[in-house]
Write a protein that binds this ligand. Structure first.
Ligand SMILES: [Zn+2]
Ligand SMILES: [Zn+2]
Length: 240
């Protein structure tokens, strides 16, 4: 009741707009994005590659449960899952979150990613966000991966530190991306909690897997039982 009144007052006084499509928000307390944009997020549906989580063309293609051309090098990551492809409304949302500085979008993505656990065959004990370099986090004001991870459900463990300020990955090729981030991460004091546990590394986008593989390599030093990866989006899907 009070929330509805507040929503009404905020909508009337401030006329806030959706961070993605610009439509007026009826219920600004629900976040920076309108329900239509959230409903328009493209999502993967099964069958999925058991390892990289990419959608498979049909059930016959699922030889051994994996895609024929698993195109990502995930290093020590046993399996990865994403909400959907990095395109359309999902790409718009991630862009608005990071560059439009809308941290509430990361939380909204995390809530919608909770169902991804179910497509993995195990319980997740801890979620570990891929860290930003402190300088980049200061510039942005938040780490979107940490906000996504905090909304996923399992306990949050910020076990990694980014010690190298890497150049933006956007333009680099697969091999260059892997070289770019190798050694960029290190386990910190929180990493003690990881030992013997099933850990989900969390990031906003999985592209070549370079960043997640480097983060996982650093996490391995803390001896988790198993590492999986959860991301909001998957970019550069291989044609198959
Ligand atoms: Zn919208
Ligand atoms: Zn695959």
């Amino acid at each position: 009741m009070i929330r509805a009144l507040l929503d009404g007052a905020l909508a009337a006084l401030l006329a806030p707009c959706c961070a993605v499509c610009g439509a007026l928000l009826d219920r600004p307390l629900d976040g920076a994005v309108c329900p239509t944009c959230w409903a328009g997020v493209p999502r993967f549906s099964p069958p999925l590659c058991a390892r990289c989580g990419d959608p498979l063309p049909d059930r016959r293609a699922a030889a051994g449960g994996c895609c024929a051309v698993c195109s990502v090098d995930l290093g020590p990551i046993a399996a990865a899952r994403a909400l959907g492809p990095f395109e359309g409304r999902l790409a718009d949302l991630i862009h608005a979150c990071k560059y439009g500085r809308r941290p509430s979008i990361a939380t909204g993505l995390g809530h919608r990613m909770r169902a991804l656990h179910g497509t993995l065959s195990e319980h997740i004990d801890l979620v570990v966000p891929v860290p930003l370099h402190p300088r980049r986090e200061r510039e942005r004001g938040f780490n979107q991966a940490a906000l996504v991870a905090a909304a996923l459900g399992p306990p949050l463990c910020e076990a990694l530190t980014r010690r190298v300020h890497t150049s933006p990955q956007a333009a680099a090729s697969g091999a260059a991306r892997h070289a770019n981030v190798r050694g960029a991460f290190a386990p910190n004091r929180e990493a003690r909690r990881v030992r013997g546990r099933v850990v989900a590394l969390v990031d906003d986008v999985l592209t070549t897997g370079a960043t997640l593989a480097a983060a996982a390599a650093a996490l391995e030093a803390a001896q988790p039982a198993r590492i999986v990866a959860l991301t909001a989006a998957r970019a550069e899907l291989a044609r198959r």
